[in-house]
Design a protein around this ligand. Structure first.
Ligand SMILES: *Cc1c(COP(=O)(O)O)cnc(C)c1O
Length: 403
């Protein structure tokens, strides 16, 4: 079977030579994955505590998701939206029901869902409210993807520098401050866009009155509340959506990552007909958006979430994860934030960078990734067990100085 033998180091060197350097991966070359575990080209196993930034919430190669994908691969994979497929209607109905909404706009990547949500909000502002130059309020420290429009309202210098000119029409206010949002509203404001918990910023949980405050404000000023649940949604925090924890229902849900079951990119904007209904034929689209393979996989993912089993698992195991991590505060860890199976762990800079800690955890068989210098993020697949969580935290404790 073997044609060429390239070592892990050789494969990393090949990437270094022929792949744009827009990422700085940890030095591990993964060959296979199963549940919460991955195996590298040398046969070493690692507990995956990143889960592809929550795109692998149901674990690597979840048997039902793989089965749905394989069955669909044997039927038809792409029709374009020029025709109907037997998969798209059931997927959209099922996803809309999960969200308690009427309509779905299927796209592929998260950034496309964000772009699409922005387009829908602007169109709604034009058509329904008669606003010529709609404005959208966003939060400081946000991460919504990498397209020009999306980075236009990022405040991360690395994400922006050298990529201008930028798309106008966005106003940034501090995250977690509903009053600052209220103060920024003008006659042109059509929407407020926020992550219910900020992921890339370091798993930042806002004050509990933040989203309810935005909901009340949007109702009072006739604006759309858009929640980017691309990373926080679909079970991660111990609920279907992170906004569920504070009883808030946005006008538009932006979904992605786990919606594709770790198999294919599937994203969506989900809302009621009075909002998504502003789109007419020819006004927006995507060749691959809602393709039969994506719809089959997405339907299966929604099916997995319908019973609430994964949400309950994340809630229960999340208590264990947070209890165990909190116990490390003061011994090399300065703070732990998050909810459910999602944690941002701030490493004392005197101990080492988030990158250095991630590399040491890699050597001990645990995969995590640093963000913003000194934070490491734990977001294991929701199929992880209590014993595996303990193993992961034990490895972190072992690379920190003794109590
Ligand atoms: C990952 C992410 C995105 C972008 O998703 P891509 O699929 O990488 O384009 C947008 N918003 C949030 C909150 C994310 O975590």
């Amino acid at each position: 079977m073997m044609t060429t033998m390239i070592t892990g180091e050789g494969l990393i060197e090949q990437e270094q030579q022929h792949l744009a350097h827009n990422y700085h991966p940890l030095p591990v070359v993964i060959e296979s994955g199963d549940g919460a575990w991955v195996t590298d080209v040398d046969g070493r196993r690692y507990l995956d505590c990143l889960a592809a930034y929550s795109a692998v919430n149901f674990g690597h190669r979840h048997p039902m998701i793989i089965d749905a994908a394989v069955r669909q691969l044997g039927r038809v994979t792409l029709t374009s939206r020029a025709f109907h497929s037997d998969q798209l209607g059931p997927f959209s109905a099922r996803l809309a029901a999960l969200c308690g909404k009427e309509m779905v706009l299927p796209m592929n990547t998260g950034a496309e869902a964000v772009e699409s949500g922005i387009k829908v909000a602007r169109k709604w502002g034009h058509d329904v409210r008669g606003i010529a130059e709609p404005e959208i309020i966003v939060a400081g420290g946000n991460f919504h993807g990498r397209t020009i429009t999306v980075i236009s309202f990022s405040d991360d210098p690395e994400a922006r520098a050298g990529f201008g000119p930028f798309t106008p029409g966005f106003v940034t206010v501090p995250y977690g401050d509903a009053e600052a949002v209220a103060a920024a509203v003008t006659d042109r404001t059509v929407a407020v866009l926020a992550e219910p918990i900020q992921g890339e910023a370091g798993v930042i949980v806002p004050p509990p009155d933040y989203l309810p405050g935005l909901r009340e404000l949007c109702d009072r000023r006739r604006m759309l509340l858009i929640c980017d649940e691309i990373q926080s949604g679909l079970g991660r925090t111990g609920a279907t959506f992170a906004s569920d924890h504070v009883g808030v229902v946005p006008d538009l849900y932006l979904l992605g990552k786990a919606l594709g079951g770790g198999v294919v990119p599937v994203s969506a904007v989900v809302g009621d007909a009075e909002v998504l209904g502003v789109l007419q034929p020819g006004q927006h689209g995507s060749t691959f958006g809602g393709n039969p393979l994506a719809a089959a996989v997405g339907s299966c993912v929604v099916g997995l979430l319908e019973s609430g089993e994964f949400q309950r698992r994340a809630a229960g195991l999340g208590v264990l994860l947070h209890d165990r991590l909190q116990a490390l505060v003061g011994s090399g860890v300065t703070a732990v934030r998050g909810r459910g199976l999602w944690a941002g762990v701030d490493i004392d800079p005197a101990i080492g960078t988030g990158r250095a800690i991630s590399e040491r955890l890699l050597e001990r068989g645990v995969l995590v990734k640093d963000t913003h210098g000194s934070t490491i993020r734990f977001a294991p697949p929701l199929v992880i067990t209590a014993e595996e969580i303990s193993f992961a935290v034990d490895q972190l404790a072992a690379v920190l100085p003794p109590h």
